[in-house]
Ligand binder design. Structure first.
Ligand SMILES: Cc1cc2nc3c(=O)[nH]c(=O)nc-3n(C[C@H](O)[C@H](O)[C@H](O)COP(=O)(O)OP(=O)(O)OC[C@H]3O[C@@H](n4cnc5c(N)ncnc54)[C@H](O)[C@@H]3O)c2cc1C
Length: 372
């Protein structure tokens, strides 16, 4: 939609083809129905890609401020929830309605329930649907990733890229709850619903946010964030009490070194049920200074080896995708196939949690719409 709006405003004739019965279904379910439509602190560092520089140009030329200006032009009330994340006050329908209005004002022709069967290219692109053929000198692929197949996600974009000989970085589910291995699951998952502020780290990246225990593993913003950086069989480290020295009380020689005292300290820093369970499973080997130091170290680097993720059914995003080496960072056009563009989630640029994936969709859409 963003590409179609920008291109139409420049006088291009645009047909927007959508196989679902309405546009932007993912917008409607986003941000718990309120759409976290951008993040005011958006930086290239908030994105995961084999080429961390690729997104810079498009992000610089269509900023959160540009999208906010559009939102304000449509008098949509919004608020900052936390960490620069902007949400609609009312509903995600406001954002979808805004984009639909902009499409209609710019003269975009929208074709719903339009399933693409085949794309061919000779002097121009020919897109075959069930009962029609669209011909155009440019084709922009904005078909998203594999996340949430039940609302229409398909592998179409990747398949098309392969058809035209473009490289794909093997996709994987991102921003997704993690599933614990059987032993950890039986140790923790009866605590489903308990959450704690932690630092989750993997492979040099870390997030300080809440972690939530689920029926099959772990979720919450800290885990969703780190999941995008995790690939089996890596381990994840969790600091269960950031910046708190859980054993500090024992520095006073008058304090009795007992489990009851330690439990009280853990309960000050953590939800009681989680504190008790974690201590039951990781009680200090003895009460020497060394054993207490080991416990302290362990609590700040608790190692988990997840068995897997909840997969595309639950993933908020698909990481990987069309290799950025194949595309112009300025226009999103294929370097090999003139007139073929890839934008949004289908490209190997994945935002962290917090409105970054939409900002990438808007920015890459605008970049292609200005060039197409
Ligand atoms: C539950 C959930 C909540 C989210 N919340 C947020 C949030 O609050 N903030 C944020 O920044 N990001 C959020 N995201 C991520 C964000 O929604 C996506 O990154 C973003 O929508 C990607 O935009 P896109 O245009 O590339 O793809 P999509 O929005 O997935 O759009 C692709 C479109 O292409 C259509 N399509 C697919 N295949 C075909 C085909 N073969 N023929 C025709 N049409 C096709 C689809 O039906 C769809 O309409 C959320 C994702 C999920 C799943």
């Amino acid at each position: 939609m963003m590409c179609a709006i920008e291109a139409s405003k420049r006088g291009r004739r645009v047909a927007l083809l959508e196989h679902a019965d309405r546009l932007g279904k993912k917008i409607l379910i986003s941000g718990g129905g309120r759409c976290n439509f951008t993040n005011i602190h958006c930086q290239p560092e908030n994105f995961l890609s084999a080429n961390p520089h690729f997104a810079k140009s498009a992000l610089a030329r269509y900023t959160p401020g540009d999208f906010i200006a559009l939102v304000e032009k449509h008098h949509i009330p919004y608020h900052e929830k936390t960490l620069g994340q902007l949400f609609c006050d009312r509903s995600a329908r406001d954002i979808l309605g805004m984009l639909e209005e902009e499409c209609s004002a710019a003269g975009v022709s929208i074709f719903l329930n339009t399933k693409i069967q085949e794309v061919k290219r000779s002097t121009e692109f020919a897109v075959h649907t069930g009962n029609a053929e669209f011909r155009a000198s440019a084709l922009v692929v904005a078909t998203g990733g594999l996340s949430i197949p039940k609302i229409g996600a398909t592998s179409f974009g990747y398949d098309l890229a392969r058809q035209f000989g473009l490289k794909i970085r093997e996709p994987w589910p991102g921003l997704v709850p993690l599933v614990l291995a059987a032993e950890d699951r039986s140790a923790y998952c009866d605590l489903a619903g308990v959450s704690a502020g932690v630092i989750a780290s993997c492979d040099g990246t870390q997030f300080r946010e809440k972690m939530l225990i689920t029926h099959r593993g772990m979720s919450g913003p800290a885990i969703l964030q780190i999941s995008s950086y995790w690939r089996t069989p890596q381990e994840i480290q969790i600091d269960i009490a950031p910046e708190i020295k859980l054993t500090a009380i024992f520095e006073d020689p008058k304090t009795p070194r007992t489990l009851t005292v330690l439990r009280t300290e853990f309960r000050k820093a953590l939800p009681a049920r989680f504190a008790d369970r974690w201590l039951d499973l990781h009680a200090p080997a003895s009460w020497t200074n060394n054993a207490l130091a080991d416990l302290e170290q362990h609590a700040h680097a608790w190692t988990i080896v997840p068995a897997g993720t909840e997969g595309y059914e639950k993933a908020e995003v698909t990481a990987g995708g069309v290799d950025t080496d194949e595309l112009s960072a300025k226009t999103m056009e294929s370097r090999k196939i003139a007139g073929l563009f890839f934008i949004g989630e289908v490209v190997d640029v994945t935002g962290q949690l917090g409105g970054f994936n939409f900002q990438w969709a808007w920015a890459s859409g605008a970049a292609s719409g200005r060039a197409v």
